[in-house]
Design a protein around this ligand. Sequence first.
Ligand code: FES
Ligand code: MG
Length: 578
Amino acid sequence: MSTRKKSPDDLRSSRWFGPDDLRSFGHRSRMMQLGYSEEEFRGKPIIGILNTWSELNSCHSHFKERVVDVKRGVLQAGGFPVEMPSLSVDESFNKPTSMLYRNLLAIETEEQIRAHPLDGVVLMGGCDKTTPGLVMGAITAGVPMIYLPAGPMLRGNYAGKILGSGSDAWKYWDERRAGNISDQEWLGIQGGIARSAGTCMTMGTASTMTAITDAMGLTLPGASSIPAVDSNHQRMGADCGRRIVDMVWEDLTPDQIITEGSVRNAAIIAMATGCSTNAVVHLIAMARRAGVDLTLDDLDALGRNTPLIANVRPSGKDYLMEDFFYAGGLRALMKQMEDRLDCSAMTVTGKTMGENLEGAQVYNDDVIRPLSNPVYKEGSLAVLRGNLCPDGAVIKPAACDPKYYHHEGPALVFDSYPEMKKAVDDENLEVTPETVMVLRNAGPLGGPGFPEWGMLPIPKALIKQGHRDMLRISDARMSGTSYGACVLHVAPESYVGGPLALLKTGDIVRMDLENRRLDMLVDEEEIARRRAEWTPPAPRYERGYGYMFSKHVTQADKGCDFDYLQRDFGANAPEPDI
Ligand code: FES
Ligand code: MG
């Protein structure tokens, strides 16, 4: 039973609709213009349903129907639902990169909530950046919120073979470049790899971020694992609608849910699922919005002793999100990790995480492994430091060939993506399996927008010799569905004069994963000389949103939020005068 802490007069929306004055008369008459009688909305929790549906977001194509389920739930619980379209930051079509717009969605979310008569919100997202974007904005806005994850799409399928989002696209593309795949097969893969509504069904960025949100207590328990087109997903939608109304009466705000304990829970679960490297950037940004100072070093420390127990690709070998759901889903995985979690952390259910996990069970222990039989004994992420990345860089050891864990080789440096793309297709490119391929000017400012270019393509010359991995370094991100020996998020980025800008082709680079080091073996004097010669590149944007982005975005190790949106920048914006 919900414990009411608020009366109808205390509702935030009653500031708009309650008083007997001219302004409130205007608000009420406009609601009537929309076709509603006073008794439908007055004194009831007004629930904003922030819907990131768009015809160019293939992962959210079911949101037009799902919002109907949410509304049904809100009405049943005595609330008043209002659907509000939100910036649909889609991963597939958005250029130069969806990451450029994560913060724009966060700003829109925060401002839309604050500016309108909303008492609580349901956030509908899932495709990569929509999760952190919506959550970051809602944390700052501060009204009760519940996150509705889009859910993964069904397994891909072609010619009897199971296909995984992203991962198999890269894999078969390399085979096609090696001349091993016909046009007809390629077309079949194209039609079979994404065959239902929902987010990428590998443990890519989307599944990682929704799992993190679930582990943080911001979704209904286990909601992140439900496939988009499963009827469980519809019922979860209605449950979100019913629950948010009670959350408003209970005044259960995000600051009671997002605490050091819940952020730590989310980080542990990210590691145990074999998370996307993007999780690092987004989790830090979300945590900092809530005033929790999560650092790269905290994540590395958790990574060192958290086993990876979700056998889901790309870090796991065999399964996809649909299998993960049938095996018990995130609740079952969290149950395995219970002893390491802060089970007293509060969640949107009004109960603790420990209570939410009661009765959770693993149904297939090859998909969700026991701690005694992990896929990989340490967590999926490691943070490197050294003279190439004084503020850190990230690698996913579980997704790379162990022979690169300790590697020394000559750098082959590219200043831009097009230059690199051209070179890798040149069959006469001078490159050996020892070569360390480097791409720079691909960070938050240099990309611009921090594109997912970090899984640099293996040069054709090596592909033809049968090589499928090599050490690669960039200041870019990579897709959560990618794999390989890719060092990412080098900070500070080269574009702002980070040491990566000073590296030259032929310099020897050394990675020592065990000791978490990444260095160029170039002496100090020479580095100082190159630094004195370095000139900053021309600005990418001279006006517009890109200009604002470039003035305010923080580096990868700080989460790439805008400086002025971070919690410690200044006092929160006041509630508007009505
Ligand atoms: Fe939307 Fe992967 S493209 S989740
Ligand atoms: Mg992705």
